[in-house]
Design a protein around this ligand. Structure first.
Ligand code: FE2
Length: 176
């Protein structure tokens, strides 16, 4: 049990109408951030399964899966209402959202190995493996799911990751 803190408002996107605003927020929050959360927390859960922390992570993971599915399902449901001009603007917006995602995740995933096996037992993740898993998740899950819904973040992501792809390729995560 805990008090619910004051939550920040979701972005209002004053330059967009209600449908486009909803789609932008669904894409950024649910489809991008929550899908990455599912991958990263899954990896930590598999390492800690059976422990107290593993049980806590299992509950969090279930929530993250629901948050991600909500976004992907709603975007699929709403896309038939999107005309080609809005589709182009959403693809432009994906460049902004993917930039935010990359910057946010990299700032929280330092490129360092876990300091010790004792640290791993309490959930301190291997930053290099987590970065590789993050990149795999965008490339193998998020970008294809966007394409399935008639959107594209491929070119934006390729441009965004040209400088960090090489550094993670040699540290691929077994969990991925
Ligand atoms: Fe979530």
């Amino acid at each position: 049990m805990a008090d619910l803190p004051t939550l920040p408002e979701v972005p209002a996107h004053p330059d967009a109408g209600p449908l486009e605003t909803a789609l932008r927020n669904l894409l950024s929050v649910c489809c991008l951030s929550e899908t990455v959360a599912v991958s990263l927390i899954s990896a930590e859960f598999f390492e800690l399964e059976g422990s107290t922390i593993g049980d806590v992570l299992k509950g969090i993971l279930a929530d993250e899966v629901r948050h991600s599915r909500l976004g992907w399902n709603l975007v699929a449901e709403l896309m038939p209402q999107v005309d080609s001009a809005m589709r182009t603007r959403l693809n432009d917006y994906l460049r902004v959202a993917l930039t935010h995602l990359r910057d946010h995740e990299l700032s929280h995933l330092p490129p360092l190995r876990s300091p010790s096996s004792a640290a791993e037992q309490v959930g301190v993740c291997d930053g290099l493996a987590a970065r590789a898993l993050f990149q795999d998740t965008v490339r193998d899950v998020i970008l294809p799911a966007l394409r399935e819904r008639g959107l594209s973040g491929d070119a934006a992501w390729k441009a965004l990751t040209s400088d960090f792809t090489d550094s993670v390729d040699s540290n691929r995560c077994a969990v991925a």
